[in-house]
Design a protein around this ligand. Sequence first.
Ligand code: SAH
Length: 412
Amino acid sequence: MYPTITLRKGKDQSLRRYHPWVYSGAIARTDDGIEEGDIVRIVTAEGELLGVGHYQIGSIAVRMLSFSDTVIDDDYWKRRLGQAIAMRRAIGVEREDNNMYRLVHGEGDWLPGLVIDIYGNSAVMQAHSVGMHRQRKEIAHALQELMPSLSSIYYKSDTTLPYKANLSDESGYLFGKSADVIAIENGLRFNIDWLKGQKTGFFLDQRENRALVEQYAAGRRVLNMFCYTGGFSVYALRGGATAVHSVDSSERAIELTDSNVALNFPQCDRHKSFAADAFKFLNSIGESEPANGQQCSMLDAQCSMANDYDLIILDPPAFAKHRDALHNALKGYTRLNAKAMQKIKSGGILFTFSCSQAVSKEQFRLAVFTAAAQSHRNVKVLHQLHQPADHPVNIYHPEGEYLKGLVLYVED
Ligand code: SAH
């Protein structure tokens, strides 16, 4: 039997509503000898068992794996992973023209602390909790049995595990090995580099929003700010944009973007990329006239011929990773959006996103509203965007709704 954690009196309400976390403040007693990452039983002050979960030191003390008296064994992992696979089949995310998607989205798949992304025949797994880390091999084993076509499972948790748990340098293949993977999203091809890339190598959560950019791209001059691997840029090119400029402060991101553009549109003369800071680049838009026939080169943002835009995408990194950074994050979103709204051409379309879990949909909207007011433009909301269906939100865990976007029509 697993060791027991006893809740304080009256602190059982959120678990009875299937919220998957137990905060440390709700705990009255823990059995002796419990270690970080252990599977524990959760009981009420009256001794009623509410479920089992992974114990961790920190404000979220337990991440629930089950709301009954469940043994966490090979069958358990197969059952949960099997449910995740069935759901992806049900929503049709795995197709000939789309072989990359999120298979396990933490709490959204009742597997808090675990992320698994699929790129063709390769899986990339990330643990966000010590418990999932400790069980990575069992999980990989179950996944391999359920998806026999997989040729490799790469484990990448050097940046996602709690620093204090002292578990770094754990990344590596749990099974097989793959290199130079090209995966397909909505018929477009992308190089995936999970070894050096951010997250598992690609931002799968923008797939549907990229498709919407494609719909609006025809005949427009597009600025893809914070482009990373150039996902939005490649869709905009397919959608018939007359020019696409990709900007990221990271040189490596620019290399990735260029390689993905070349992979889909060899010899494309509609695309240029710039390794530049977002604010510097936005500030420079339309500032001076280019010399006749001047070619735009890196950071040659004075080239106004090349930098007036009627479709801008702003997909910055999470400005607030924690609640205490919220105030500054909201100011950051306002500043960024105000700048883009000042610069976009009349009749332009602005796609603006926040992927900070700590920022709510309402707070993000308020930040963008403030930006509109500061820029004195007429702004209409065309769409409200979110994460795609392969990043499901557990209805009992609203915090899982992290990606928010607005599509705005900006007039005079
Ligand atoms: N839109 C991308 C994901 C963006 S991730 C996609 O669809 O895949 C955020 C990116 O912002 C990272 O690549 C990071 O290098 C870049 N970035 C961070 N700070 C920046 C800054 N000040 N100016 C420009 N880019 C920045």
